[in-house]
Design a protein around this ligand. Structure first.
Ligand code: ZN
Length: 144
């Protein structure tokens, strides 16, 4: 599809190839996983068939503990994906897993008016939404 925007490509229907299929299957089974390179040792997300650091095709899956830190976040007042139109406004965050990979996600169960989120510790919540098990995060209650 040539008319997709970059934001639409980050939605749950993202086609990340065979590695993506395995990633989604692990989430369906209740596990957030990431890939780690057997050549350079670096971890990454989102799923892809070669290491984004050294292009090695030798890698393995690892299970994330599910603990992370908020790197950045924004509130969307425009639905870049029409499936999210009824949810406005909603947040989109980047979190860094304790194992290293960063991922785009949503923060859930935020206290009303909570704005001080960067650097906060969060924990994984796998939620069923849009026909998929989606990895989201909530504040872990242990402010740094
Ligand atoms: Zn590598």
């Amino acid at each position: 599809m040539s008319n997709m925007t970059s934001s639409e490509q980050q939605t749950p229907s993202s086609d990340w190839g065979p590695a993506g299929d395995e990633y989604w299957a692990a989430l369906d089974a209740g596990r957030l996983t990431f890939q780690r390179c057997d050549t350079c040792g670096k971890p990454w997300l989102p799923p892809r068939s070669e290491c984004p650091h050294c292009w090695s095709a030798e890698w393995r899956w690892e299970a994330a503990k599910g603990t992370a830190t908020v790197v950045s976040w924004v509130i969307y007042h425009t639905a870049f994906d029409k499936r999210f139109k009824d949810r406005l406004p909603y947040n989109v965050a980047v979190v860094e897993l304790d194992e290293g990979p960063r991922m785009v996600t949503n923060l859930v169960d935020l206290p009303e008016g909570e704005q001080d989120l960067i650097g906060r510790r969060v924990e994984l919540v796998i939620q069923s939404d849009l026909g998929r098990a989606l990895p989201r995060f909530r504040l872990s209650g242990t402010a740094p």
